[in-house]
Structures are given as C-alpha cells and as structure tokens.
Design a protein around this ligand. Structure first.
Ligand code: PLP
Length: 447
C-alpha cells in the first residue's frame, strides 16, 4: 500500500540506475533537495561537499541563475523544434559552430544526442555506415579497451568492458573485441611508460591481425578511463594508439563523455596529447548536467564519405530530441561561464586537488594516487608492497561511500576499493582542501 513517505514511494516505485534492487530496497534512498556551488543539501538539511560533480557532470557547479534563465527564456520562446524535415532552431546551430571552433583539428560536424550512451551508440551506426559507403561493409568488427566504459545501450554496453554491464545481458557481441588496459598501478609490466605503450601498440596490432586487417572498423578509447577506476595512461599512450589506427586504416573514436569540458584542463582531453580523433563523443559537462544532452563530433573526412555514400537518401538515424533547443541554449550559457573563468579556476583547483591527494600517500591504506586536473582517484590496499586489495567485506562500494557521506563528502566509491574524484571546476581552494581533509578522516575510520 502507498504511503506519503517519499522514501517509501521510492522503495516501491523508482528503479535506480546501476543499483542492486534488493540492496537499494534495504538501504533506501538519500534525497537531495538543493545545491549551490559545490555544496549539496539533503532532505534533513545536512550539507555535503560534492567531490564528484553529481556523476562527473556538473562541471560548472550548482545554482547558476544565468543557466536557469537561458533555459526559461528558450522554453518561453520555442521549447521544441525538430531537426527532421530540414527544420531547426538557433541554439543548436550556434552550439554546433561553437564546438567545431573549439574542437581539435577538423571535427567540424556535430550530431546532438540526449546523453553519452546514445552518442556512443550513434558512432557505432555512423562507423558502420561509413564503411558501407566506402564499399567495405565487411569492416564490422570493433575493438575497445578492458576496464573501459562506453555507456549502457545494448551496443555500447558491449564496448564497455566492465563485467557488471555484461552479466545477464548477453553482451559483448562476437564483433566486440578488447585489448588490455594500461592500468599502470596493476600492470604486470610495471609502470615504465615506454614498455606499457609498446605493449599496447603490439597488442592492438596483434588483435587486428587476428581479426583480419580488412575486417576491423574502429578502435574506441577514453583519454582517461573513468568508470574503470580513473586509469590514466602514460604520456604518449593516446598518441601512439591514434597513430597506429591511422597506420592500420582503422577509425579512432575518442570517448570524452567524462574527460570533456575542462575535466582535465583543456576543453577536450585529446588536446593534452595534440591528437585529432575521427569521431569524438561528449555529454555530461556539455550542459553541466542541468539538462540532458550529448554530442558526436565528426571529422570532415568521415562526414564527406557518409554524405557521398548516402547521396540523396536520408541517413536513417535520429532521435525526436536530437539538437533540443532548450538543452542547446543551456549548453551555450554553460560554455560562456566556462570561458568566463570556470575553466581557468578548474586548472588551478586541479593542481591543488592533485597536490592535496598526494599528501595522502603517507596513509597506510593508500596504494596509489592518480589523476589529471579535476579527475582523480586513490586506490586503497592493505599491503602497499604487495598491493593487496582491501578485504572483500570492506570493498563494497556502498560501505566506503557511506563513510564518506558520514564525513559530509560525496565521492564515487568503486567496488575495487578505489575512491574517485571529479569535483565541480568552480571549487574554491578551501573546498578542495576540505575534500582532502575529509578523505583523510574517512581513511582513518577505515583502518
Ligand atoms: N562514455 C563514457 C566514457 C562515460 O563515462 C559514460 C557515462 O559515465 C558514458 C559514455 C555514458 O553516458 P550517459 O550516462 O550520459 O549515457
């Protein structure tokens, strides 16, 4: 029977994403009521520091009135316009031009989606279409990287290489292949960058040979692996993989759903290594999480091949809410705020965050500290020399998350005993220091 309690209604009716249904029924929901800057307030009035920008998305921080105004103004004027039938509206046109201007190289064409998963899914369709158009329809095999996350759609979940997204779902499909992650902290080759890069290059080459050089369509990679545990490749790794794909004639897709929009410093992390992918996916920071939106950025070359291949025929891929004018109006205002000082603040705050987390290396539980900019992680171990993971009963993500919550800190706690950080880029120095101080208290309580 229904009751008025929000907590009870949640338990009875709301299915939470990536949750254990039974676990959630037992624990119940934590209701957030409001937020400002990097501070969240729950329904008991308790304040918490958001060390994870929601779900690595609220890069600009909470409570920007100008974003609310941009959405309201667009809703008043024109809440919806389809892109079908050669129709359109002003905000997505201006946003596409703004992204093309800022994106690396010739990523001059933009296809808007509702989020990251359908952006990745769209790339799979565009890649298939591209190879059909080039008369090489047999290039239907895709390669991605272990520990990678590329969303939860039926096809994207198979490019994802985290078992929890496969078990019980019948993915990956036979056309979805993987190579090992660089995962420096646990790489059997050690953390010598050149050895790790050489091994990844050799493995991708061998995988392409095994599948057949004329069968491979594309290689997918996150510039920093996010949901796999914030795994930062050695400098030069991304460029080496990009160069190899160019040599082998395989499309190179950079999934910047997390790393985009200042998370590592520049607007896109590909700029950290000066590379230009054939296709780039982004979402999250695009609208700073205020409304849903994602995008595929497409190079001139891929665009021209698809355009020529289709000729006068319509390319049958589209969503009712592609290029939504309200989402685009929000994204334009978010971009203005980023460039009005938030990106710059994020670069300063990122240096302070990394320096602060480095001070935790002396803690007996901290095996690894890694990250770039405002994207970071600690990996906890019980024996630093042997890199022994936390015992299973201490590992469950919910327990570490709970301890941080008790200290007034929201972080992402991964099942492997990894703490992930992705604070809003607007964080003050005091807030960054507080994130680090509260983390130390959580670690002390976990000892
Ligand atoms: N790709 C990457 C690299 C991601 O991290 C995510 C989400 O975290 C996605 C794709 C899926 O994005 P969304 O959750 O917006 O569908």
């Amino acid at each position: 029977m229904l009751t008025n309690s929000l907590h009870e209604l949640d338990r009875q009716h709301l299915i939470h994403p990536v949750s254990s249904f039974r676990g959630h029924e037992a624990r119940g929901v934590r209701v957030l009521r409001s937020a400002k800057g990097a501070t969240l307030t729950d329904d008991t009035g308790r304040e918490l520091l958001d060390g994870f920008a929601g779900l690595w998305c609220v890069n600009a921080g909470y409570g920007h009135e100008s974003i609310v105004e941009a959405a309201a103004e667009q809703m008043r004027r024109l809440p919806y316009a389809t892109g079908y039938f050669d129709l359109g509206s002003e905000p997505p046109i201006r946003l596409a031009a703004a992204l093309a201007e800022r994106a690396p190289g010739d990523l001059n064409h933009v296809y808007f989606t509702l989020g990251g998963s359908d952006a990745v899914d769209s790339t799979i369709r565009f890649v298939r279409y591209y190879w059909h158009a080039r008369g090489q329809a047999d290039r239907d095999q895709f390669i991605s990287v272990e520990q990678g996350y590329h969303g939860s759609t039926t096809m994207g979940a198979g490019l994802t290489a985290l078992p929890g997204f496969h078990d019980g779902f019948g993915v990956p499909y036979a056309w979805q292949h993987k190579i090992s992650s660089h995962y420096l902290y646990r790489n059997p080759l050690g953390d010598d960058p050149q050895a790790v890069i050489a091994a990844s290059v050799a493995e991708l080459r061998a995988k392409v040979d095994e599948i057949g050089a004329d069968r491979v369509a594309a290689f997918y990679v996150e510039p920093i692996q996010g949901s796999g545990g914030v795994l930062v490749p050695p400098p030069g790794w991304l460029k080496a993989m990009r160069d190899l794909c160019a040599e082998l004639g395989i499309l190179f897709i950079a999934d910047e759903v997390i790393t985009g929009f200042g998370r590592t410093g520049p607007i896109f992390a590909c700029a950290d290594e000066g590379i230009v992918p054939d296709l780039l996916t982004c979402a999250k920071g695009l609208t700073s999480g205020y409304v849903p939106m994602g995008a595929v950025l497409m190079s001139d070359h891929v665009y021209q091949v698809i355009a020529e291949g289709a000729g006068a025929r319509a390319i049958g891929h589209g969503f009712t809410y592609s290029a939504h004018p309200v989402s685009a109006a929000v994204a334009l205002e978010v971009l203005a705020l980023y460039e009005g000082g938030i990106f710059e603040n994020g670069i300063r705050a990122g240096k302070r965050l990394m320096a602060g987390l480095e001070t935790l290396r002396d803690h007996p539980l901290v095996g690894d500290v890694r990250g770039r900019g405002m994207l970071a992680a600690l990996e906890l171990v019980t024996d630093k020399a042997k890199k022994t993971p936390l015992p299973a009963d201490m590992q469950p993500a919910t327990r570490l998350f709970d301890r941080a919550w008790e200290q007034g800190l929201v972080i992402r706690s991964f099942a492997q005993g990894i703490f992930g950080y992705a604070p809003p880029l607007c964080c003050t120095e005091a807030e960054i220091d507080e994130i680090v101080a509260r983390t130390r208290r959580v670690l002390d309580l976990t000892l």
